[in-house]
Write a protein that binds this ligand. Structure first.
Ligand SMILES: Cc1cc2nc3c(=O)[nH]c(=O)nc-3n(C[C@H](O)[C@H](O)[C@H](O)COP(=O)(O)OP(=O)(O)OC[C@H]3O[C@@H](n4cnc5c(N)ncnc54)[C@H](O)[C@@H]3O)c2cc1C
Length: 506
């Protein structure tokens, strides 16, 4: 059973071999792996425990239930919205189920040039295969294309752009299109549905509403964690402490880095929190004569990789994929207000949209303010702005090729409307300067990077902290660079890899 911390009026004081912070992709896989190995493990999750019956398909309620900061988390300057999950299952509860391995070229770069020796394609391949089998990852086919994705495919085909169906971890999918609010039909083969029940059946003790505020150390060794139990409103009401032989951080690239900083952990490489990549993304919308009803059906079933290469410094670092949002999120991302805003929203049923996702090379930073609040600093370098511009231009080209009557690039003060491919140069002329475009990022990574060289990494390629023995990291924080593809399957897989070493330490 997963215990709701809000019911434990007297607080929580436990002992275990290992304590895991967070229950998202990394944390849940760690809990499942350790329980299967007979390790006495406790999992602590700051958010609530919800299941399919709680997923009401109501956007306003689900943002509050499932997202960090009710979906309003953003960089300190509000330039990039950073969407992350909160709750048992983490961001895997509301994600879109896309599964794509980190390309071999990126893994080779990590292993050969950045000191992450154990993350080579060859050494990770068996763990990837086992993860994909456990989560029922399968390539989708034409039967899964909704109208938004079908139009995207038409545009790619007309232009001859490299493109393909994507792979997903869904079984019994009802194609409702409400994935981003948690699946009410329980079709997602994610941390919440697949891994945590196995972890609990194997003996793991998992607590929701349990916020970790400090990693406890003694003589350079992690010895447990402390924090607070939270009530229904997210307010602390009782203390928690877990003493353990090893601690594993799975709080995400934002949460784990913040916890390391807040705990005052040693930082010999100076990289804690500093190596933040997010895959910043901007959207392009096309308006079609016929209704598209883009919110219906399975999202992101087709992708365009024509402009995506993986060698560092490439001038093709943008991934194009259909995207669609429900009305609140669409309204938030649509610039302007009043009549102009209403005129755009009136076209909602006729819109198809896609997103240009940058495989970024300009690192940002996670900090913790004196008041204890997480602060995220992130800005696109001129090179990354050029990639975003490339993506928006080519995205607009795809929608026009698919037959869009007009295509809108959402510049904040003066949206650009194009009706003919001959006008695409206007996107290059406007570019992607700071504060001009509403940007969203859903893949934070890299803030506690892996390297066997302690000058380069915060953790070694077993996942153990260089300066705190018995402290491991098993989430997206450990990626040394951006990966350029959706990260969940790589996070599950790296956590599986790290679990072997945690089991030995705990
Ligand atoms: C809208 C959206 C769509 C996405 N779609 C896809 C997709 O289709 N494919 C894909 O590959 N990826 C997708 N992702 C990204 C993917 O879900 C994440 O990259 C992945 O889940 C991150 O795993 P993680 O373990 O690093 O963190 P998370 O899964 O975010 O889990 C971290 C957990 O730790 C908890 N936590 C944090 N700090 C503490 C603390 N101090 N104490 C206790 N608990 C704490 C959090 O509440 C959270 O539940 C999407 C993300 C979003 C937001």
């Amino acid at each position: 059973m997963i215990v709701a911390g809000r019911t434990l009026r007297g607080g929580l004081d436990l002992r275990a071999d290992v304590v895991v912070v967070g229950t998202g992709a990394g944390g849940a896989m760690m809990l499942r792996e350790l329980a299967a190995r007979g390790v006495d493990v406790v999992g602590l999750e700051m958010g609530a425990h919800s299941t399919a019956v709680d997923f009401s398909m109501r956007e306003a309620d689900m943002l509050e239930l499932l997202m960090q900061e009710r979906g309003a988390r953003a960089t300190a300057d509000q330039q990039v919205r950073i969407v992350q999950g909160r709750g048992v299952g983490g961001s895997t509860v509301h994600n879109l189920c896309l599964c794509k391995r980190t390309p071999d070229e990126v893994l080779r770069h990590w292993a050969r040039d950045l000191g992450a020796a154990r993350l080579s394609p060859e050494s990770l391949a068996p763990d990837y295969a086992a993860t994909e089998a456990e989560l029922s990852v399968q390539k989708v086919d034409a039967g899964y294309l909704n109208e938004n994705n079908r139009l995207f495919k038409v545009g790619c085909d007309v232009l001859g752009y490299a493109s393909d169906y994507t792979s997903h971890n869904r079984v019994g999918c009802m194609k409702s299109g409400y994935c981003i609010m948690g699946c009410p039909f329980d079709g997602k083969q994610n941390a919440l549905k697949v891994l945590l029940p196995k972890a609990v059946a194997g003996g793991a003790r998992v607590y929701a509403d349990a916020r970790v505020e400090r990693v406890l150390t003694r003589r350079g060794r992690a010895v447990g964690v402390s924090g607070s139990l939270l009530d229904e409103a997210g307010r602390p009401f009782a203390p928690l402490r877990v003493r353990a032989g090893a601690v594993c951080l799975g709080g995400s690239a934002v949460g784990s880095a913040a916890l390391a900083i807040q705990s005052g952990l040693p930082d010999p490489s100076g990289r804690t929190g500093r190596n933040l990549f997010v895959h910043p993304a901007g959207a392009v919308a096309g308006v079609f004569d016929q209704p598209v009803d883009g919110w219906r059906g399975v999202p992101q079933t087709y992708e365009c990789t024509e402009f995506l290469e993986f060698h560092p410094g490439s001038e093709k670092r943008v991934w194009l994929v259909p995207v669609f949002a429900h009305p609140i999120a669409t309204a938030v991302m649509t610039p302007g207000f009043g009549e102009r805003h209403a005129a755009v929203m009136a076209k909602y049923r006729h819109m198809a949209a896609l997103t240009a996702v940058v495989h970024d090379e300009s690192p940002g930073r996670v900090r913790v303010t004196k008041a204890g609040r997480i602060q995220i600093d992130y800005a696109l370098s001129p090179a990354d702005q050029a990639q975003l511009t490339l993506g928006l231009r080519e995205g607009a080209r795809i929608l026009l090729a698919a037959g869009a009557r007009e295509v809108v690039v959402n510049y904040e003060n003066d949206p650009l409307t194009l009706t003919d491919p001959g006008q695409l140069g206007q996107v290059d002329a406007r570019g992607a300067p700071p504060y001009e475009l509403p940007l969203t990022a859903v893949h934070p990574m890299g803030t506690l990077p892996m390297s066997d060289d302690p000058r380069r990494g915060v953790v070694d390629s077993r996942g153990e902290h260089h300066a705190v023995k018995g402290l491991f990291v098993c989430d997206g924080s450990v990626f040394p660079t951006s990966i350029g593809v959706p990260p969940q399957i790589s996070i599950y897989t790296v956590s599986r890899h790290v679990a072997r070493f945690v089991a030995e330490a705990g």
